[in-house]
Design a protein around this ligand. Structure first.
Ligand code: ZN
Length: 460
């Protein structure tokens, strides 16, 4: 087999790995790089291979950095099947339609402001609809022959709803081989989703490494800290603003709050979810009750619908959103984007940062240069939506709510692989994260663990 790395190499976006087994060419993930979508030189525009030569795409999960270039691939001639779990397929449609809508807006704005050398949008809604037509759904833990002699099995990765590790088994040069791609691995003991599945006996492994250099706080500690923040909001009648990604983090935070209210008898307060995309994605979560742990299901069974406790209020319109600016707390506002550089959360920050009774809770990774990263760094004078704002309310960082395995989780998962992995590659991490976790992974791997570069080819 041969692997070529087309993204998430020594960084965390644009996941895409080309696997060649015999005459078959399969792309694992087709994620968006974190580049300006209208940049004519962006890596998002072209592929280093001809999309027409691919036989299939297999998706690990539906975050944009794993699926966001699929419509571009389609536009450039891809004509094969796209394999995904049932939930990933549902979410992919919603995420890509939203992405096409945002691009259309960005493109119209750029055109109106007469940006020079404006390239075509990366893709349009028609390309998204063609992606949706190509999706083929498979359940977890069900080996399926996708080509003669090539068997695909999805294992639950515990990262977000629908997330999967990709297991490919085949016969090559007279021996049976097993390949595994972790996709993004979840944390253990996080309440809502099950732990990542134990998988062993693989010959070749591609592993994520996002938090390879970090130990995150355990869930019980995170709940206690969140409890204290809610108690403060009750006391001061303040707002708790939680910037959160629409997919995964928003639903996890709703569940944590439900858990505090129901299991730990914390005095409830209204939870306003201010993101149309997040509310749509929460509806999809309700369609997959079997995806959650038995404890989470028991807890959410107390409500008429999952993630919809009587304390959750979706903001459906801009007016609903603006009305919150004039209401007093206590209340929780969960709004996107997770890094505060887009979306409705900026309005809540603009109106909320100068009130010392409020609080901001950072629960997501904040890329350098984003508004969220300035909040985490403790900057007191900021610009939000081009207006100067003084930060008077406290900023709490609870990034342990991440959906990614930390160094301990990765060490646990590697230790159960059987210790005889022939070749392993680290992707989806900054270089320092990879270097920190590589010695741990090496204990289970025969050949030196590699950190491939963009475009590098590996014969195995
Ligand atoms: Zn992810």
């Amino acid at each position: 087999m041969r692997i070529t790395f087309h993204g998430a190499t020594r960084q965390v976006t644009g996941s895409a790995h080309l696997i060649e087994i015999g005459s078959r060419r399969i792309l694992l993930d087709c994620g968006l790089h974190d580049h300006d979508r209208l940049d004519p030189n962006s890596l998002n525009r072209e592929f280093l291979f001809d999309p027409r030569t691919l036989d299939a795409v297999i998706l690990s999960h539906a975050h944009n950095d794993h699926i966001g270039r699929l419509p571009r691939l389609m536009r450039l001639g891809f004509n094969g099947v796209i394999y995904a779990t049932h939930a990933t397929a549902d979410i992919t449609g919603v995420m890509l339609r939203d992405s096409a809508r945002i691009q259309k807006e960005e493109y119209s704005y750029a055109k109106a402001t007469e940006v020079e050398d404006l390239p075509d949008p990366l893709f349009e809604l028609i390309d998204v609809e063609r992606v949706i037509d190509r999706l083929y759904r498979l359940p977890y833990s069900t080996p399926t022959d996708i080509f003669p002699g090539l068997t695909l099995t999805f294992h639950d990765a515990g990262h977000i709803l629908g997330s999967a590790m990709v297991d490919l088994q085949f016969r090559e040069e007279g021996r049976d081989r097993k390949f595994l791609f972790t996709g993004d691995l979840g944390r253990r003991d996080m309440g809502l989703l099950p732990d990542p599945t134990v998988v062993s006996g693989m010959d070749v492994l591609i592993s994520e490494s996002t938090y390879g250099a970090r130990t995150l706080e355990p869930y019980s500690v995170l709940l206690k800290r969140l409890h204290a923040i809610l108690a403060r909001a009750h006391r001061l009648r303040g707002k708790v603003i939680i910037p959160a990604f629409s997919l995964g983090r928003t639903q996890r935070m709703i569940y944590c709050l439900q858990e505090l209210f129901y299991r730990y008898r914390v005095k409830p307060m209204p939870i306003h979810v201010d993101s149309p995309l997040a509310n749509r994605l929460t509806e999809i979560h309700r369609d997959y009750p079997e995806a959650f742990t038995p404890e989470a299901r028991r807890l959410m069974d107390r409500d008429p619908s999952y993630f919809g406790s009587r304390y959750v209020h979706p903001c459906l319109t801009w007016d609903d959103s603006k009305r919150l600016n004039h209401q007093s707390g206590p209340m929780v506002i969960i709004a996107s984007s997770g890094m505060c550089d887009a979306g409705r959360v900026r309005h809540h920050l603009l109106h909320g940062l100068e009130d010392e009774n409020n609080a901001v809770v950072i629960v997501s990774y904040q890329a350098e240069g984003t508004l969220g990263s300035h909040l985490v760094a403790g900057h007191k004078q900021l610009h939000v939506l081009d207006r100067p704002v003084e930060v008077k309310c406290p900023i709490f960082v609870l990034d342990g709510f991440s959906g990614h395995a930390d160094a301990q989780d990765l060490a646990w998962w590697y230790s159960q692989t059987g210790g005889k992995v022939e070749s392993a590659f680290l992707v989806h991490g900054e270089p320092e994260s990879m270097q920190a976790i590589a010695p741990t992974l090496q204990k289970s791997v025969i050949k030196p663990v590699l950190m491939p570069e963009y475009g590098s080819i590996h014969e195995l």
